[in-house]
Structures are given as structure tokens and as C-alpha cells.
Design a protein around this ligand. Structure first.
Ligand code: A3P
Length: 289
């Protein structure tokens, strides 16, 4: 069978996207959220699967029958011939609350989430590790545009010419949203790596959940990188468009892997450019812990 060609990137309401995120746009835009829906929002590769698994375990515990994470926490943005429309997956969810994942920048999130004051969990990851993770993901995900070589990819990332657009706009605009929208919990990937239990505590206090000490300890163990990497319900080994021989979905799960990718010159250029785009002193990222 012929390989389906990789999609092209184009501008959609000021954000770089591919057809797989625009073809179902009318249904996404008009999506009717329920007041108890919980939206998990991240720039791609910032830890959405990790936080999805944590929330799923907090609300629903261990499932009797294994269900892949992308069915438990549907990715509402997508519409792809191999997986169908994310909004249909959400409509099929039997759970309450419904846990829903998005990578949309805040201005593209369906309005009804905000009108219903739904709780939103946003996860941000430092730009350097984020772009490295995204590069490897785009290499192995045949439904993403061709990433090309690392140095050209890095340039495109700086200019927002990757799927879901500018990392800088994404993290900043969600951060700004938090100032006016109180039902938003803004988390950092680096904090999760540093102390997963502490971050789960903060998440629980935002969600109004009070798991027992034993339950929390169990969840911290369940969501460890090594455990998730081995679990076929979490490692996306069942997704046909991912070529895990090129790069696994659960790749390293570390902070500072960027040091293995950036040259000294790339790092200097990146830092210069970063300063011009990240002007808000209240939003600080850690590139090492
Ligand atoms: P790396 O490519 O750096 O390894 P997303 O789920 O939003 O696509 O993000 C994927 C990134 O989160 C990958 O980063 C993946 O390894 C990392 N990740 C997923 N689960 C993790 C966990 N339990 N602990 C640490 N990192 C995790």
C-alpha cells in the first residue's frame, strides 16, 4: 500500500496547523462542553500524556479492562482518517467528568469551555527540551510535516512554523489567561520531574480531590516514566501512524536533554531570540533542575 504523503503546514487564524486539525474545525469550534468537563491543555510534547494519566487515575482508578489513553482522554483537536474525529471520541466518553486533551492555543479553544468555567489544567515545558522532544516526535509521526534536519527544525520552531504554532505565544497567552480565568491550573513539566508527588498534591487541591496517602503513593508509582513506557495502553504502540522504530513516544522523559542536541552557537542564538519573545518576568522556565 502506498504511504500517505506527509501533510503541509499552513496558516489557520494566525496559527500553523495541518489539515488534520482544521477539517473538523466547525465541530471543534461549536463543541458543547459540560460544566464538569476538565480540559488538559499543553503545547505538543509538554507532558500531556503524563498529566492525562494522572488525572485518569485520580478520577477513575485502575481500569478493569485496559483502554488506551487516547480513548480515556480524547484528543479533541484531531481529525485523521486512521483515528477519526476527536470530537466524536469525546461524545462517546461514558465518564463524568470527561477528561479532554487539547494542544490548541488559548484563542482557538472552543468558547463553551470558558463559558461554563470548566477547569483547565495547562502544562508547560521549557522551550529547549520541548523543541527537542517535538523534533523526534515529528520524525516518527507520519501524520506530521517532514521535520527536516535538526538545525532547520530549530529555526522553524523559533518562528512558530511547526504544528500548533509558536511555543512562545502558546505558553505566554495561556499564562495571561490565568490572570483572568481562575479555573486554570498552570503546571510545569520540570516541577513534575523534580517532585511528582508534590505536583499531584497541588493538582488535587485545584481539583478538590482528597486521595488517601496510599492512593497517592500508588499513583506516583503508576505514572513513573519507566512504568508508562512499558505500558501499551500509554506508550502509543497501538497507533499506526507512529513509527516507534524511528523514535519511541516515551523517549527519555528528562529535563536538559537539549544539551545533547544544541550546539554552542545554536544555544547562544536561541537565548538571544528567547529574550526578545519572553518579556514577562513572572513566567520563568527552568532548563535544568
Ligand atoms: P521526551 O520526548 O523528552 O521523552 P506529550 O505527552 O505531551 O506528547 O509529551 C511527551 C513528552 O513527555 C515526552 O518527552 C515523553 O517522554 C514525556 N513523558 C511522558 N510521560 C512521562 C513521565 N511519566 N515522566 C516523564 N516524562 C514523561
Amino acid at each position: 500500500m502506498d504511504e500517505v504523503p506527509r501533510p503541509e503546514l499552513f496558516d489557520f487564524h494566525g496559527v500553523s496547523l495541518t489539515q488534520y486539525f482544521t477539517e473538523n474545525w466547525e465541530n471543534v469550534r461549536n463543541f458543547q462542553a459540560r460544566p464538569d468537563d476538565i480540559l488538559i491543555a499543553t503545547y505538543p510534547k509538554a507532558g500531556s500524556t503524563w498529566v492525562s494519566n494522572i488525572l485518569d487515575l485520580l478520577y477513575f482508578g485502575q481500569r478493569e479492562k485496559p483502554i488506551p489513553i487516547y480513548e480515556r482522554v480524547p484528543y479533541m483537536d484531531i481529525c485523521h482518517p486512521e483515528v477519526g474525529a476527536g470530537t466524536d471520541w469525546v461524545d462517546k466518553l461514558p465518564t463524568s467528568p470527561r477528561l479532554i486533551k487539547t494542544h490548541f492555543p488559548v484563542q482557538l479553544v472552543p468558547k463553551s469551555f470558558l463559558e461554563h468555567k470548566c477547569r483547565i489544567v495547562y502544562v508547560a515545558r521549557n522551550a529547549k527540551d520541548n523543541v527537542v522532544s517535538f523534533f523526534h516526535f515529528d520524525r516518527m509521526n507520519k501524520s506530521q510535516p517532514e521535520p527536516g534536519d535538526w538545525s532547520s527544525y530549530l529555526e522553524r520552531f523559533k518562528h512558530g512554523k511547526v504544528v500548533f504554532g509558536s511555543w512562545y505565544d502558546h505558553v505566554n497567552n495561556w499564562w495571561k489567561k490565568k490572570q483572568t480565568y481562575s479555573n486554570l491550573h498552570y503546571m510545569f513539566f520540570e516541577d513534575m520531574v523534580e517532585d511528582t508527588g508534590r505536583e499531584i498534591d497541588k493538582l488535587c487541591s485545584f481539583l478538590g480531590l482528597t486521595p488517601s496517602v496510599e492512593e497517592k503513593t500508588r499513583i506516583v508509582g503508576e505514572v513513573h516514566f519507566d512504568k508508562m513506557k512499558k505500558d501499551d495502553m500509554l506508550n502509543y504502540s497501538t497507533v499506526p501512524v507512529f513509527d516507534l522504530k524511528v523514535s519511541p513516544f516515551m523517549r527519555k522523559g528528562k529535563v536538559s536533554d537539549w544539551k545533547n542536541h544544541f550546539t554552542v552557537a545554536q544555544n547562544e542564538d536561541f537565548d538571544e531570540d528567547y529574550k526578545t519573545k519572553m518579556k514577562d518576568p513572572t513566567l520563568q522556565f527552568r532548563t535544568e533542575i
